[in-house]
Design a protein around this ligand. Structure first.
Ligand code: SPD
Length: 430
């Protein structure tokens, strides 16, 4: 008679829903549920997400384990259901087949640990455990579940990774990009567009204070502002702190960005109901082309990186149109990329601005964003009049504003310091 210690079902789930195969939290939930449905007692589970695609994980059960490795790009999952005792693992199989929406599958079932081939040792586990208890040497798992999920913003050679909880609050493919709200351990909830970090709750103030206040205080009396992009709302929140502002027009191409941030990042999307704001969901590039000439005091381009819908935000034609829409003392501020990450986009943008506004009228402000690759980022300026951010004289006014509004990054020293350029940057934009 053939008696075995365990039963092993090796499963191929094919043509599964690719999105499900990349959802580490969902897969963990389904694997734990599959174990429990078959009557197993779950001890713990460990799951890992491989950026950008793939999940591996194990659910350890008193009756052995369930393991999975997924290849979302193939809609494929390799699953092991290894159990001992009376458990019926086919219950787990059925549950996972449905959960992963597998259109095809196969399985091999085999016995493990044939007792005919084994010799049983005689030892007493109970007294061994008791002894460890008494000696205080029992090993305890610090966490019931360990999950290792990383979001990586990268190019071919360089990356910034954030460990996140695996919880996905929003995940929608809009006509322009994949819009996600995820939660990182270190920086809280974050907005990601495609595979790029846009903003996080804990460091958004670096970016939003620096995109807004240096130009506001350089100009001194900004009334009409145009914001292109900025769908998370952080830039308009900062601009609207200034009493001089009469109207902000914001043109964001992707309504999904606004929707997701209103719902899940309300601290950033805080001023969308402000009566001074006109919010337009449309193409900012076309808007600037047809905008009122010689009108705006300030134009802010709060766009994403030069791929996908933001590519046109780095073109000469777009900035010529911005120039025309600014009045004679108007200032342009554009998200300027990083001199250590997107060197080409960084220096080409500055060449473009120098060409349109003049060599001396395209200063660069450098600042730190811990959640962007390299951490070193820039805003690039186009100055139409003679007000220059390096020549401010209103330091006291700035610092009074900073303390009354409780700003956390910008102050008068940062204003001056951020326009100082390292030599390698000077070289890049010569
Ligand atoms: N790689 C990130 C580039 C910055 C994009 N803008 C962020 C939007 C914040 N309002």
């Amino acid at each position: 008679m053939s008696i075995a210690l365990g039963n092993h079902i090796l499963v191929e789930f094919m043509n599964c829903e690719p999105k499900l195969m990349n959802d580490v939290a969902g897969i963990e939930r389904d694997m734990v549920a599959a174990a429990r449905a078959a009557g197993a007692t779950v001890i713990n589970s460990t799951f890992h997400h491989f950026s950008p695609y793939g999940v591996s994980g194990v659910v350890v059960i008193e009756e052995s384990h369930l393991a999975i490795h997924t290849w979302p790009e193939y809609g494929y999952a390799a699953v092991d259901l290894f159990t001992c005792g009376d458990m019926d693992s086919w219950v787990s199989f059925d549950l996972l087949k449905d959960a992963f929406k597998a259109k095809s599958y196969s399985a091999i079932e085999m016995k493990r640990g044939s007792v005919n081939l084994l010799t049983r040792n005689d030892f007493d586990m109970t007294s061994m455990r008791q002894k460890a208890q008494e000696e205080g040497t029992v090993w305890k798992n610090p966490d019931f579940y360990t999950r290792n999920v990383w979001f990586t913003d990268k190019d071919e050679n360089q990356a910034l990774s954030l460990r996140f909880t695996g919880d996905v609050f929003y995940d929608v493919q809009s006509p322009f990009q994949r819009v996600r709200i995820l939660e990182s351990y270190k920086y809280g909830k974050m907005l990601a567009l495609d595979d790029m970090v846009m903003t996080t709750i804990d460091d958004e103030f670096h970016y939003h204070e620096m995109i807004s206040h240096p130009s506001m205080f350089t100009h001194g009396n900004v009334k009409n502002v145009l914001v292109i992009g900025g769908g998370d709302g952080g830039t308009v929140r900062e601009i609207l702190r200034h009493d001089s502002v009469e109207k902000v027009t914001m043109v964001e191409i992707d309504g999904e960005v606004i929707k997701s941030c209103k719902e899940f990042l309300p601290e950033i999307a805080a001023e969308f109901d402000n009566p001074k704001l006109e919010l337009i969901v449309d193409d900012g590039i076309a808007y600037v082309k047809n905008a009122k000439q010689d009108f705006y005091d300030l134009i802010i381009v709060d766009g994403s990186d030069p791929v996908g819908p933001a590519e046109g935000l780095f073109s000469t034609e777009f900035y010529k149109n911005c120039y025309n829409a600014l009045n004679s003392t108007g200032i342009l501020v554009a998200q300027g990329e990083s001199p250590k990450f997107n060197e080409k986009a960084f220096s080409e943008l500055n060449q473009t601005l120098q060409g349109i506004f003049g060599k001396e009228n395209a200063p660069i402000s450098l600042f730190f964003v811990p959640t962007y690759p390299t951490g070193m980022w820039s805003f690039q300026y186009g100055l139409k009049g003679d007000k220059h951010p390096k020549k401010i004289t209103n330091q006291e006014e700035i610092d009074a504003f900073v303390s009354s509004k409780g700003l956390r990054y910008y102050n008068s020293d940062i204003h001056t310091g951020s326009f100082a350029t390292p030599n390698f940057v000077k070289e890049m934009v010569k």
